[in-house]
Structure formats: C-alpha cells, structure tokens
Ligand binder design. Structure first.
Ligand code: NAD
Ligand code: MG
Length: 353
C-alpha cells in the first residue's frame, strides 16, 4: 500500500489524480486538500485552505502529490522534501521560486522528487539511469498555446476567453493563461534547471503544436531520446504515483498506422517575451526566479479579472524584475519576503498602468 496525500484535489490535476488512485488498489488516499472548494468525504483526512503542512503531519503519507496552483504550494513542497517523503510535483511554481531551498531540503531528507509536469516527466524518463556527463542538452516542447503564429500586434486585444481556449491540454485557468503567454514554458525552463541540474544553455524550448513529443534529451554521442504519447496528464500523474512500477492507464499508446507528422518551430520571443524574461531571471539566479513567478501570478490574476491587457502581463513582470532586489534567500522567511516584494512591485505597476 502506498499512502497518498493529494493537495489541490479539486483542480484539473487533482481530479485526474483521483481517477488514477481509484483505479489502483495499491494506492490509498489518506489526505486531500483544496484551497476553497469543499472536499468532504474524499479521504480520511481533508482540509480546505490553511496550512497544508498540518494535514501532512497528521496523515503521514508515503507520497505527496502537490497539485496546488501557485506559490501557495511552497510550504508543502518544502515539508515533503525535508522529511524524505516522496514528492510528486505538479506545482512547478514552488520549485521555480524556491529551487535552491527545495534541493537543499531534498538533500537533507533523502526522498524522491518525481516531476508531474508532462515535459519534465518525459525528460526524467529519458534521463533515468544515464550519467550526467553523457547529457548534452534537453528540449522541452511547447504547444504554442492558442495564439501560436500571431504577431505582437495581433495579441493586443485578446481576451481571457481567447487565452483560456487551449488547443491540446485541458488545465486550470492560471497555467492555461501561462501557456498562452509562454510564461509556462519559461517556468518550465527554470523547473528543469533545478530538477536535472542543467545549465540554462543546455535547456532548449521548441514549439510543437500537437504536443505529441513531450521532451527530448540529446546525448554527447549524437543520440537523442524522446518521449511521445497522446497529451493526457493521467500518464505523468500515474507514472509519478506508481513510480517505479509504471502501472497501466486507460490512455492508449500512440497509433502510427495512419501516419504521423511531427512539426517543430522556434518560439517567437518578440510576441511572447515572458519566455525570454523567465530564462533571464533563471540565469540571474538568487530570488529573481521567485520575483518572476510572483509578478507573473499578480499579472495573470489581473488579466483574468480584465484589469490588464494580455501584453501587459509581460510589461508588469519586466518592471517588477527590473526593480527586484534579487539577492539570495537563505531561508523560507527571506523567500516569502522576496515574493511579497515582487508582488508589491507588480501591484504598483498595475495601478500606474
Ligand atoms: P487548478 O486551478 O485546476 O487547481 C488548483 C488546485 O489548487 C485546486 O484544487 C485549488 O483548490 C487548489 N488551491 C489553490 N490555492 C490553494 C491553497 N492556498 N491551498 C490549498 N489548495 C489550493 O490548477 P491545475 O491546472 O490543476 O494546476 C495545478 C498545478 O499543476 C499548477 O502548479 C500547474 O502549473 C501544474 N500543472 C498542471 C497541469 C495541468 O494539466 N493542469 C500540467 C502541468 C502542471
Ligand atoms: Mg508542462
């Protein structure tokens, strides 16, 4: 029996995780949490809002699936890594904001960190068992979102409804907006840097509209391994929850009998500057990734509330990054301070806009 604690149980990832847990008698849901929606009866221990680490203390899980959205998922990520409990991580924001602290906690705790983000699950599988020095680079694919192919000028008037119509993935509103701006891929570049210990120049992003190839790993001998499959988050969720057994899922394997064409193109950094801003924040290090994430969360919320135009999201993030202090955070308190500072800078820019 594996005891599972599911944080963010009412969300897109959370609901798909419930389906996976229900299909496997060896997975036992011992705790479930959400931000505000009721979740009575889902698990022996449940919690709505508040400090999720209390729920984790009480329920003693073997695996925590962190599918909370945003910086709010950070305490649970750190709690899990510090205690050596296995972490199935969908909440990329916590690793982006607190990469160094999270890795230090994992080194002390000794548990596993298994990515649920589809590209990172794919890269993790291609990298598994390979020596670090044999890896040349990794490639994360991006669908390009609903606005792929549009110029900057053509993005001026797009609405939240337009942004929320994602072509290949059915996800929560925050990550769907991030996919439309390519901020999501920017967060994923930083996530990959921390997960796989790779320099930023060894992490490439390529637009691949059908999301059939999730990631590729290039090795020093010229060989390239790729992970393919239909875009369905139940695959990486199941992989992480049943690791290392790789249990069956209802998702069919890729059918090639009708032919299959794979297309790739470079991302347009002029129309989608958040990908560049994220990479720059990652390269600067310190709390710049935390500031990127915080300002992006504020700007995305404002866009979804129609207080900010689509192109304003990148402007707000760039302004906040320019003014952020960026110095290293030695502990969670300092990180929370850096997050709050960047949120304040972003809010001020919103008022000025
Ligand atoms: P969602 O908006 O559908 O769900 C978010 C969940 O988090 C909800 O259950 C909500 O109640 C909970 N939550 C929010 N604030 C909380 C708080 N303060 N305390 C406790 N719970 C809180 O989002 P999602 O699409 O399921 O994404 C969740 C995370 O997984 C995000 O970090 C996202 O980037 C990542 N992710 C999602 C997908 C996907 O396909 N949906 C793919 C890759 C990565
Ligand atoms: Mg992803």
């Amino acid at each position: 029996m594996k005891r599972i604690a599911l944080l963010g149980a009412t969300g897109s990832i959370g609901r798909q995780a419930l389906e996976i847990v229900a299909a496997h008698p060896e997975l036992e849901l011992v705790a479930a949490a959400s931000g505000s929606q009721p979740i009575d009866g889902l698990a022996p221990q449940t919690q709505v809002g508040g400090d999720l680490t209390e729920l984790l203390e009480l329920s003693q899980p073997d695996v925590v699936l962190n599918a909370v959205v945003g910086f709010a998922g950070l305490p649970a990520t750190l709690w899990t890594l510090e205690r050596g409990v296995d972490l199935a991580l969908a909440n990329k924001e916590s690793l982006v904001a607190a990469g160094e602290l999270a890795l230090a906690a994992q080194r002390r705790g000794g548990g596993r960190l298994i990515p649920v983000d589809s590209e990172h699950s794919a890269a993790f599988q291609c990298l598994e068992g390979r020596a670090h020095e044999t890896v040349d680079s990794i490639v994360l694919t991006a669908s390009g979102g609903p606005f792929r192919g549009r110029s900057r000028a053509e993005l001026a008037d797009v609405t939240p409804e337009d942004a929320l119509a994602h072509p290949t993935w059915d996800m929560g509103p925050k990550i769907t907006t991030d996919s439309a701006t390519l901020a999501n891929k920017g967060l994923e570049v930083i996530e990959a840097h921390f997960l796989f210990g790779l320099d930023y120049d060894a992490i490439e992003v390529v637009v691949h509209p059908t999301s059939t190839v999730h990631a590729l790993v290039r090795f020093r001998d010229g060989g390239v391994l790729a992970h393919l499959g239909y875009p369905d988050m139940r695959v990486p969720i199941s992989f992480a929850l049943t690791y290392p057994e790789r249990a069956a899922t209802p998702v069919p394997a890729l059918d090639l009998s009708q032919g299959l064409t794979l297309e790739f193109e470079p991302p347009d950094l002029d129309a989608f500057p958040l990908l560049r801003l994220a990479r720059e924040a990652g390269e600067r290090g310190g709390t710049y990734p935390c500031a990127f994430n915080a300002a992006n969360e504020v700007a995305v919320a404002a866009f979804l509330e129609r207080r900010l135009p689509f192109l304003g999201i990148a402007d707000v993030v760039e302004t906040a990054l320019d003014a952020a202090d960026g110095s290293d955070a030695r502990d969670l308190d300092e990180l929370v301070e850096a997050d709050a500072q960047a949120r304040g800078l972003a809010e001020r820019r919103l008022v000025a806009a």
